[in-house]
Design a protein around this ligand. Sequence first.
Ligand code: GDG
Length: 751
Amino acid sequence: MMKKRLFIISNRLPLTIETTDNNVTMRQSSGGLISAITTYLKGSGKEFFSEKIWAGVPGCTEKIWDIANNEHSPADYNYLPVFMKSKMYELYYNGFSNSLLWPLFHYFPSFAEYHSSYFDAYMEANRSFADILSKQVRNEDFVWIHDYHLLPLAGMLREKFPKLTIGFFLHIPFPSYEIFRVIPKQWQREILTGMLGADLIGFHTVDYSSHFLSCVEMALKTGHDGQHISWENRQIKVDAFPISIDFDLFNNAYDNTKVEAIRKTYLKLKKDKKLLFSVDRLDYTKGLYNRLKGFKKFLLANPEYHGKVVFALVVVPSRDSIRKYAERKKIIDEFIGNLNSTLGTINWQPIIYQYNHLDFEQLIALYTTCDVALITPLRDGMNLVSKEFVASRKDKQGVLILSEMAGAARELTEALLINPNDTDEIAEMIKQGFEMEKKEQEERITAMQERISRYDVNAWAGDFLSQLKEVKDVQLGFEIKFLDNFSKARLLENYSAAQKRLILLDYDGTLVPFSKDPLSATPGNKVLELLDLLSREEQNTVYIVSGRDSVTLEKWLGHLPVGLIAEHGAKIRHPNGSWENETAGNESDWMGRIEKQMDKFVSKCPHSFIEKKDFSIAWHYRNADLTEGMIRAKELYEELFNGTTHLPLNVLNGNKVIEVRNKGVNKGAAIEKLTMSSYDFVLCIGDDKTDEDMFVKLARMTEAYTIKVGNEASFAKYNLHSPYLVHSLLESMSIIPKKDSWAAGEIKSAL
Ligand code: GDG
């Protein structure tokens, strides 16, 4: 297998560049993402990529970059720096990314700032990424884009590279539509269509992915099947990939000699006191204020713990040029000062507060010295600190108190889960944590460690990249192949040369556009003329294969020498013949009951209606609100499906319709009876899911042309955009001169 190149794209390059008077140094930084991807690429992913290129903003001038990169570039990746003007970067990063997307996606809509200058800079910054990448990327490469700073980038790259394999992963929550919709509509579109440029879109949890799907549905009016979206000729997959950590790194760090030494010092300082520990960036999403209030409540409710407990609170400076962050710092500082001065004594300070970064060894020493880790975000995409704490406890001791608003809570179910807004609950859990038996601590930590070690960072990156490859392979296999002029010429050539031709045409959505009112979808003169011309051709047999009832088909098309297949095959009228029933005729046994069930849904779902045919009954929701219709359709489908398992009935989930009919009645079975093998040319065109049964039946006939109308993936060999193009194809066929074969020039003139 030829190795591909992998491009990883994040806002910042994973590098720290420092300049002193005469010296520039560059080293790889140690964030969660870099360690995740590097661990995977050095381990199980080693074989897959020929070259790894990381693109992002370097955080220095071009001049410094040139010096640093020439002399000190770390070897794991080739780096592709994206330079931007500092004003633009400010508006894109501190503005749109961190003052609109970050608060909004973490459910702080009142903190969000809407400025068009932010949005313009955000789009421009993404275009800078796209421009730089366009000079390097080739269609056969893999591109993996990360996080909320780069939501539109996949779409921008897709415009230039239609075949490129693009994955996108969001590290923060994706909010529900009720939150997302507050963004101006044009911005919503740019964000969503940008994300849909990717082939695989990953989130931490299924909640976030289902929020994304419903935003696509509501804002772009585009449906999905719960995991896939058909968008611009591609099938996109949306899935959850809970990010993890390098379990072994944290677990083995317990025995690291430097960590042991620091732990010894901390244990000495701690003596017999209980130690509560937390570490996070200074961010309003992390729930620091509520955490402190919970701790205060615990102290007030449990005076016996005074002097016997210490809370080590480490806060890492972050985004301090944004007003909301600076304000937060002031509130936290004041609360801590107040609590220490009112509840503390000369001999005891309840909170030890560090507003600074810790070394890795100090971090592990604190993880492994504390009795309880208190992690209380109001919202958090995942939260790696909680996983790191669990992994580093090789001693299988310690208690994790974790907010149920963190993505990690879905996996770390043996933690003491709290609602971060309920400070009484936080206080209670601190007590419970301090008093938990060692055996219970061990059981809980062991269960969580097992889970984290199984889906560790290697598994996360491997899972994402292998699914990305699979999605692309499926896309290629399922590629929408439009009937281009070359294929159309071949079809016409085969048509012309054939002695006996079968033409199978669906009606609604194929010969006439899909209409809101089924009764108004009468065939126009053009359709009637084309059908007349084709069916009068001696070598041709034409059938209209429809879900409609026989009365309507007879009324609209009965005067033509075509065959009519009604109700998906329940009734057939061969050309110049009369109607024949093809079903068991037991409809009176079940139809009344099904109608009653459907009727309830007509009441519940405004603008939906029932269509009763001779052999089947259908509930249509094409005129209903899209979301409501889809929800009700799912409900009705399940109700009917479960209620008919013992009956010889099929419940069909069609295009905005749920239909019930006798088993074995479908368009595929209907056309099977037409002795297709006696034809040397078969053309079958349809737009609906029910037409797939015909496409499947014809898949093995090499001389059969199957065409799906619309842009969705299908079992058909070709796609055509619209009924208008179907007319044009039928017209080309109808004017073909009568002779055995064609000269190429004549075919061209028919196109
Ligand atoms: C975003 C999402 C999602 C923190 N302080 C120190 C230190 N850290 C390290 C931790 C951990 C990382 O930083 C923080 O990761 P989190 O996941 O907790 O939070 P965010 O930074 O907000 O990350 C989050 C994550 O992306 C990954 O997708 O989980 O939800 O918001 O690794 O250890 N490391 C050291 N000293 C510190 O003082 N050495």
